[in-house]
Design a protein around this ligand. Sequence first.
Ligand code: SAM
Ligand code: FES
Length: 333
Amino acid sequence: MQNLTDKELIEIINTDKYDEELFNKADAIRRERYGTDVYIRGLIEFTNYCKNNCYYCGIRAGNKNAIRYRLTKEEILSCSAEGYALGFRTFVLQGGEDPYFTDDKICDIVSSIREKYPDCAITLSIGEKSRDSYKAYFDAGANRYLLRHETATCEHYNMLHPSSMSLDVRKRCLYDLREIGYQVGSGFMVGSPYQTTENLVSDLRFLQDLSPDMIGIGPYITHKETPFADKPSGTLELTLRMIALLRIMFPYALLPATTALGSIHPEGREKGLKAGANVVMPNLSPVRVRKLYDLYENKICTGDEAAECRVCLEKRVQNAGYKIVTHRGDVLR
Ligand code: SAM
Ligand code: FES
């Protein structure tokens, strides 16, 4: 089933009659490689300033009603310390493309975390940068990078982004990151405006070429302060089907059950795990900024302290039939 043709992929994506069978197959493949282990990553959303204007995103520069914040280096280090004590061995520093955080500042933050926690993986998710910048962060101690390609179809990419952004640049960034030696994560939103089944097939084909270590997908969710305010959100069912397909096509991959999936259904993340996902990313950001990292409506986990999030996820993962492990959680190729 790993070598599905485009026609077979389209059939699976467009129907829901094989769901149970598809999820069971995906779960069996995941258990063969990863057992019941679920890896955790501590997410630190350190800035919601962004110079970009992606049409789908609540923290886009054009949203003048967004209340902006930046964490200080000390705050980021204190989130990491709290996370370390809770058993996290991977920190994900995510933010908008915020020019305030120059390469020197990012390198300084990364090397301070690296020095304190030599046993941890440091993941960056701060958008499109030059190859030199990516290399500098890598040399400072970052070892993973998350950059979703968003859609692998040029025309679709241009419907989701202003003309200042391009799919070619996005792809160039991903190949640069891989060449430098990062463990790379890519991915896309399911049900983003104007997305077709053929677009989803192209996403899968692009991922086969890139062969990323992690593939993050979640439903597109509407945000009222964007040009897509009237576009419907992606569905739980299609997102789960895409997770299962990814597990089948990429048996080795790290597949998160995302916050967006948990935001469109109360048991979205549990269902994601049962469909083949094997990573969860609880939030370590200070509670006072949680609501402000407002990518889409009704985002979950905005009121809980890091420790509460950790306990809540432990229970959810257990209820789904899996168990959280606290090591770095590197990919098993
Ligand atoms: N600035 C970095 C970047 O561009 O990769 C990281 C932050 S960005 C907010 C992280 C991801 O959030 C994007 O790659 C996108 O797929 C997702 N995202 C943004 N708006 C969303 C929405 N309305 N619904 C679901 N996911 C969204
Ligand atoms: Fe930059 Fe969303 S537009 S993070």
